[in-house]
Design a protein around this ligand. Structure first.
Ligand code: SF4
Ligand code: SF4
Length: 360
């Protein structure tokens, strides 16, 4: 039997957690700033003005998708939520370069989901050995749910909306104040929504990454993008000792030990499998075309660097803060309860009609 060269590379998981915590801290900071901004709106402009943090637009993915489409059609960045579009492009880019890495390195929901899964795993280890996995018969149809949601949004935007309706929506009071409406949805959360969130928490403790794996349309989009990523996890069949540790470590239940290249929309480039592999140069992230190894440190640095470079470019080019004056926000705040949502394809048709009528 040939000698096994032990994998002595430092694991990256600790640093991945630090990066995730860093982004959670940013989100909390944005949350505090946005809360202060809403107190200003609630007072009708009578109290100290706190600036609205543009980073809140990261939580408006539908509006950002529409802005992206508008940008493709017109070449212009719509100025209602420019930061949303810049963040959206940063997320797409980072998830393309290092396959779906936004989910396991940056996304705060991904971090919460992962922490709940870790908690569930600790309980499970005390009770029984086998990992809890959704039965395959249910796993495949459930995994398609997030694609159905994504398909619905993509169809509603790219195929049902006219260019005029798109602009009409982006200019609309609903779009402008959608972040404020989202804030009050959570601030005054209904009992039903609380039950749903509680159900998702329980399901995420039992089934690792329940939200990300089955329901998140953002994850579906990034998973699709990641299939074309120039970097992939590759296994060296010659030196592999078939210990199965990589597959056991994979939070996405990918059978890493059975393939030479991981091609999966569920791989988030978390590198847990690489950390778990006991044999040197056997499991690595490599470039697809040259087969060159991408070090774990470079992945960590790359994810953060790509994300912030794109955001910095957005700021430098003047596409970060929106052009909505605080007086308009105060007015829209007063009307916020009468400004409705778009819930179905019929609403999209109505929007098309309204936009056409506006043009006449
Ligand atoms: S295959 Fe490796 S990098 Fe991909 S999700 Fe599984 S453990 Fe993470
Ligand atoms: S961890 Fe996976 S790739 Fe590494 S030796 Fe074991 S089976 Fe092979």
């Amino acid at each position: 039997m040939s000698k096994i060269n032990k994998n002595l590379e430092t694991p990256i998981q600790k640093y991945r957690t630090y990066i995730q915590l860093f982004f959670v801290a940013i989100v909390l900071w944005i949350g505090i700033e946005f809360y202060l901004f809403t107190t200003y709106l609630e007072s009708g402009g009578a109290t100290t003005f706190y600036e609205r943090p543009p980073g809140v637009e990261a939580f408006l993915p539908i509006s950002s998708l529409m802005s992206l489409y508008y940008f493709i059609l017109s070449g212009e960045i719509h100025q209602a939520h420019p930061a949303g579009l810049i963040i959206f492009i940063a997320i797409l880019t980072v998830s393309f370069v290092i396959g779906k890495s936004f989910c396991s390195w940056i996304c705060p929901i991904g971090f919460i989901s992962e922490s709940l899964g870790d908690f569930g795993e600790r309980i499970r280890k005390k009770l029984f050995k086998k990992r809890i996995q959704m039965p395959r018969l249910l796993d495949y149809p459930l995994r398609s749910l997030k694609y159905l949601l994504l398909g619905f949004f993509a169809y509603s935007i790219f195929f049902s909306m006219t260019a005029v309706a798109l602009k009409y929506f982006l200019d609309s009071p609903y779009n402008i104040i959608s972040d404020v409406k989202m804030y009050y949805f959570f601030a005054n959360i209904s009992r039903f929504s609380l039950y749903v969130i509680f159900g998702l928490i329980i399901l995420s403790v039992i089934f690792r990454n329940f939200w990300c794996r089955y329901l998140c349309p953002y994850g579906a989009l990034l998973g699709f993008f990641s299939l074309f990523s120039p970097t992939k996890i590759k296994r060296n069949k010659e030196s592999c000792i078939d210990c199965n540790l990589c597959a056991k470590a994979c939070p996405s239940f990918i059978k890493v030990d059975k393939v030479s290249t991981v091609i999966s929309d569920e791989c988030t480039s978390c590198l847990s499998c690489i950390d778990a592999c006991p044999v040197e140069n056997t499991l690595d992230l490599k470039t697809v075309y040259t087969g060159k190894k991408v070090s774990k440190k470079l992945v960590a640095f790359g994810v953060v660097a790509i994300y912030f470079i794109i955001i910095t470019l957005g700021m430098i080019s003047g596409n970060w803060k929106n052009n909505v004056p605080k007086e308009q926000y105060i007015e829209l705040y007063k009307q916020k309860n009468s400004i409705g949502h778009i819930r179905s394809s019929n609403d999209v048709q109505d929007l098309n009609k309204q936009a056409e009528e506006q043009l006449k």
